[in-house]
Write a protein that binds this ligand. Structure first.
Ligand SMILES: *[C@@H]1O[C@H](CO)[C@@H](O)[C@H](O)[C@H]1NC(C)=O
Ligand SMILES: *[C@@H]1O[C@H](CO)[C@@H](O)[C@H](O)[C@H]1NC(C)=O
Length: 474
C-alpha cells in the first residue's frame, strides 16, 4: 500500500468483529464510514472462513483488506464442526463456551497483527474477545471495545450488578439513581446470571470482558448523544473507559434498489401499499429462541388482531408444530405472510411505506433501525438487554408499547389476548397514543439524521475519536 504521496502518516485500523450478524453489521457500516471520512486510511478486518463471504459482499466497494483466521475445531462437545457463528449454534446456552473457544484464534491473530504494514494504529475489538487486549498492550496499540448496546443498558447493568436494592422479589420495581431519569426497574430486567451471579464459567468470562474493557482506550457505542443524553453523560462522568457515540450506524445501510430482483416479501409489501393496507412487521432476531407454545400464542394474537402482518420467524425444530403453523398460514392467507428460517433485509422492510409497526425482541440494532425508519415498536423482549430496551422504548423514548405477563413480571409467558391488544394499540394510527408514538419516533428520526451529518454530534465524535485515539494527536 502506497501512502507516500500523503503528507500525513497513514492510519491503519484493524477490526475484529464478533461472529454474529448483529455484532458484525454495525462494524461493517463503521468501515464504510472510515473510508468516507478519511482518505489516508487503511482498514483490515479479521474474520473466519465461514463468516468471510458476507463480509466480502458488504465491503466489495471498499479497499478493506479481509483476513481469514482458522476457526478452531472440536473445542466443545456440543458445538458441531463447521459452526463458526452464534446464529448457527444449536442452543444459545452455548454462547459463553463459543466465546471462550474463540481464544484459540489468538496465536494466529497476534502473529498476523504484528506483521501488518502500515503498522496498526488502532484495534477495534468486539467485547466478546477479551484476549485481544494482550497483543494490543504488548505492541502498545490503543484498543477500542465495541459492545453493540446502548448507554442506558450499560449504565443499568452496572448499577444492577454492583448495588443492593431493598426489594423483596426480583419483580418489585425500584428507582435506580436520583440523578437519572426516573425509570423504575426490577432485578428481572437483566438476566439472572448477572443479577445473581454464581461462580462458574459465565461469571469468569464476563469478569475477563470487564477487565479487558477497563484497559481499553474507549468504547464505541452505536448510539447518538441526543437519544439518551443523561446516560451518555452519566457513563462518561462516573464510568470508564470513555464511551464514543458515533451512530446510528444503520443510517449507512445501502438500500437495495434493483427492481427486477425484489425479494418476495417486498413484492408482497408493494401489493399492500397499492391497496392502502398498513402492515405490522414481526421479527425477533436471528438468535431468539422461543417455545412452540409461545409461538402459537403469537400466531393466535396476530390472527385475532385483524391486522395485516409480515412475520419473519425462526422455528425451533423443523418438525414440531408444523401442522399448527400451516393451518394458521392457510387461515390468515392474504392478510399475513410468513417467512420461515430465512435472513431478510430488515432495513428494506422497515423502510417500506406500508410498514407502520414493528413487533420486535428489541435488540438494540432493531430499536435503532426502527427509529431510523420512523416505525413505532411493540416490544417482545426475550433475552440479554432486550427487557431494558423494551422498557425504555415505552417509558423513556415513548415510541412504542410492550407486552406484559399476567402477573406483571417482565419474564414469563405472554398470552395471545395480550398480544392481540398490544398489536391493536400499536397499529391504531389515528388513536391518541398511536399519534403520540409516531410523533415521537419521527422526532428521534430527525435527531438521528442530524447527529450523523457534517457537524452533528456523532460526526464530531468520530472526528475526535480518529484524531485523539486512532492518530494519537492531542
Ligand atoms: C513498524 O513496526 C515495526 C515492528 O514493530 C518497527 O520496527 C518499525 O519501525 C515500525 N515502522 C514505523 C514506520 O513506525
Ligand atoms: C410470575 O410468574 C412467574 C411464572 O410465570 C413466576 O416465576 C414469578 O415468580 C411470578 N412473579 C410474581 C411477582 O408473582
Amino acid at each position: 500500500m502506497a501512502f507516500s504521496s500523503s503528507s500525513e502518516s497513514p492510519i491503519h485500523v484493524v477490526i475484529l468483529p464478533f461472529m454474529a450478524k448483529g455484532h458484525t453489521i454495525p462494524l461493517l457500516h463503521l468501515t464504510h464510514l472510515f473510508f468516507l471520512r478519511r482518505s489516508n486510511i487503511a482498514v483490515t478486518i479479521f474474520t473466519t472462513h465461514a463468516n468471510s463471504q458476507f463480509i466480502r459482499q458488504s465491503l466489495h466497494d471498499t479497499k478493506a483488506l479481509i483476513i481469514e483466521l482458522t476457526f478452531p475445531q472440536n473445542f466443545h462437545p456440543e458445538i458441531p464442526q463447521g459452526v463458526e457463528s452464534v446464529d448457527k449454534l444449536p442452543s444459545q446456552s452455548l454462547l459463553v463456551p463459543f466465546c471462550k473457544g474463540t481464544k484459540n484464534l489468538q496465536p494466529e491473530f497476534d502473529t498476523i497483527l504484528q506483521s501488518l504494514r502500515p503498522n496498526v494504529s488502532c484495534l477495534i475489538s468486539d467485547v466478546f474477545f477479551p484476549w485481544s487486549m494482550e497483543i494490543a498492550a504488548k505492541l502498545n496499540i490503543p484498543r477500542l471495545d465495541f459492545d453493540g448496546a446502548s448507554n442506558f443498558a450499560m449504565v443499568f447493568y452496572d448499577i444492577l450488578m454492583t448495588q443492593e436494592f431493598p426489594v423483596d422479589s426480583d419483580d418489585e420495581l425500584f428507582s435506580v439513581i436520583p440523578s437519572l431519569p426516573d425509570i423504575k426497574l426490577t432485578k428481572n430486567d437483566i438476566e439472572p446470571e448477572f443479577s445473581h451471579p454464581q461462580p462458574g464459567e459465565h461469571t469468569d468470562f464476563y469478569t475477563e470482558v470487564v477487565m479487558a474493557m477497563s484497559k481499553s482506550k474507549g468504547i464505541i457505542r452505536n448510539s447518538f448523544y441526543e437519544l439518551e443524553p443523561e446516560f451518555v453523560d452519566y457513563w462518561n462522568k462516573e464510568k470508564s473507559p470513555k464511551a464514543w457515540n458515533i451512530g446510528p450506524l444503520c443510517l449507512l445501510a445501502t438500500k437495495v434498489v434493483c427492481s427486477e430482483e425484489k425479494p418476495m416479501c417486498i413484492q408482497w409489501l408493494d401489493e399492500k401499499l397499492e391497496k392502502g393496507e398498513s402492515v405490522l412487521y414481526v421479527a425477533f432476531g436471528s438468535l431468539a429462541e422461543m417455545t412452540m407454545e409461545q409461538l402459537r400464542e403469537i400466531a393466535i394474537g396476530l390472527e385475532n388482531s385483524g391486522e395485516h402482518f409480515l412475520w419473519v420467524l425462526r422455528l425451533p425444530e423443523p418438525s414440531t408444530g408444523d401442522e399448527f403453523m400451516s393451518e394458521f398460514e392457510e387461515r390468515v392467507k392474504g392478510r399475513g405472510l410468513l417467512v420461515k428460517n430465512q435472513w431478510v433485509d430488515q432495513v428494506a422492510i422497515l423502510s417500506h411505506e406500508s410498514v407502520n409497526g414493528f413487533m420486535s425482541h428489541c435488540g438494540w440494532n432493531s430499536v435503532l433501525e426502527s427509529i431510523c425508519e420512523s416505525v413505532p415498536l411493540l416490544g417482545f423482549p426475550i433475552t440479554a438487554d432486550q427487557n431494558l430496551n423494551a422498557r425504555m422504548v415505552e417509558e423513556y423514548f415513548k415510541i412504542g408499547v410492550k407486552v406484559v405477563t399476567r402477573n406483571g413480571s417482565v419474564r414469563g409467558f405472554f398470552s395471545s389476548k395480550c398480544i392481540e391488544n398490544k398489536v391493536k394499540e400499536l397499529m391504531d394510527i389515528e388513536g391518541e397514543k398511536g399519534k403520540e408514538m409516531r410523533k415521537n419516533v419521527n422526532k428521534l428520526n430527525e435527531k438521528a439524521r442530524n447527529a450523523m451529518v457534517e457537524g452533528g454530534s456523532s460526526w464530531r465524535t468520530l472526528n475526535l475519536l480518529i484524531d485523539e485515539v486512532i492518530c494519537n494527536k492531542n
